[in-house]
Design a protein around this ligand. Structure first.
Ligand code: MRU
Length: 362
């Protein structure tokens, strides 16, 4: 997608040296587009942990390049094992991390150390290219859902939560891919962007990337979503996901479940967009089996933004003595999901439909 007219991916190998890895530091958005250069596996692990890069598919792609950086420094068996373990422990919920590292392991372990660095960069590049193609396909399959409601110039209102746009992936995004395609096709699409406390991925990231691409959108408080649905102002909800079980339960950013409940109560379709790399075929019960990341209480007790004097400031919004809890994801049971938008097409959120669509993976 474009930033001020220039096409970008969210991660790429530096053209100047051919080996270091460039990312957009997402902790600086929307205030600055800071293209950070990462040169070691430890720097990449930090970037994932501290959420300079985030979003399930991008976390996977970043981890793959983390392995490549590790191999460049030392391609021994022990360093490969250490890199896989260290990167694998950076964030617990997004399954794409485990998926990408398993793929790197399969590609590199059989090779001699001398062959590993080149192979690691090639494999990481392939993961990125496939992610772009996959998300483009998700966009194509999701587009008719919007087109059906946007006939004769009618405005179609989509509500989304968190950021499942191009910067959560390598390009296109998952939930936002159909929206970008609808916009580019000239449909009258408008997005209600939920702010997504505590880290505000909606307000600071989704709003930023939609704005940079020229997609009409309005930021709303998380608590406003149900009200907008009651008023008939939401045609459909599309969210991304960090892990889907084989039975179709969906883990996504905290607050998603409440929107699924409100959508059900108001007869609003609730769609979840995902690449098949986000399906965890080893589990069925999302509530019992998906690990939910607990993040720092500081994300709840503080807010960062631009002060009136133009400086970036972090302020405390909770009494100093009050503790805070910060579960970062929740699980929406499959029964509340209208359907899944995958790279192979629309799919019911249940085991029969998923295993039929992805026979060779299930
Ligand atoms: O904690 P984050 O920002 O990495 O959370 C991931 C997300 O942005 C969402 O949960 C998203 O909907 C899934 S990733 C396409």
């Amino acid at each position: 997608m474009k930033i001020d007219g220039t096409p970008y991916r969210s991660i790429w190998v530096d053209e100047a040296d051919g080996w270091s890895v460039r990312i957009i530091d997402q902790t600086k958005l929307p205030w600055a587009v800071d293209l950070v250069r990462l040169t070691t596996m430890d720097e990449m692990a930090h970037a994932i942990r501290a959420m300079l890069v985030r979003g399930a598919p991008l976390i996977g792609a970043s981890a793959a390049y983390g392995v490549a950086l590790a191999m460049r420094a030392d391609a021994s068996d022990s360093n490969l094992a250490q890199a896989l373990a260290l990167l694998g422990a950076t964030r617990p919920t997004a399954i794409n991390l485990r998926w990408a590292l398993a793929r790197m392991k399969r590609a590199l372990q059989p090779l001699s150390p001398a062959a590993r660095t080149t192979a690691a960069y090639a494999q990481a590049a392939a993961i990125c290219d496939e992610d772009v193609a996959t998300n483009e396909a998700i966009g194509r399959h999701g587009l008719p859902l919007l087109a059906a409601r946007a006939q004769n110039g009618r405005r179609v209102n989509v509500l989304t939560h968190c950021n499942a746009g191009w910067i959560a992936t390598v390009d296109w995004g998952t939930a936002l891919a159909p929206i970008y395609m609808a916009h580019d096709a000239g449909l009258n699409v408008h997005v209600w962007v939920e702010e997504t406390r505590p880290r505000n991925q909606g307000a600071s990231l989704t709003a930023w990337e939609l704005g940079k691409h020229g997609v009409p959108h309005t930021v709303i408080a998380d608590n406003a979503g149900g009200h907008m649905m009651q008023r008939g102002d939401v045609d459909l909800v599309i969210v991304g996901t960090d892990r889907v079980t084989r039975s179709g339960d969906v883990a996504n950013k905290i607050g998603t479940y409440l929107k699924a409940l409100a959508a059900r109560d108001n007869g609003v379709p609730f769609w979840v967009a995902l690449p098949s790399s986000t399906i965890d075929w080893t589990i069925s019960d999302g509530l019992a089996d998906i690990p939910i990341e607990e993040r720092s209480a500081a994300e709840v007790t503080t807010m960062t933004g631009r002060a009136l004097d133009g400086s970036i400031a972090t302020v405390r919004i909770v009494p100093t003595a009050s503790p805070a809890a910060n579960p970062a994801f929740d699980v929406t049971p499959a029964r509340l999901v209208t359907g899944l938008i995958t790279e192979r097409g629309l799919c019911d959120a249940n085991e029969t439909a998923l295993t039929e669509m992805f026979k060779e993976l299930a």
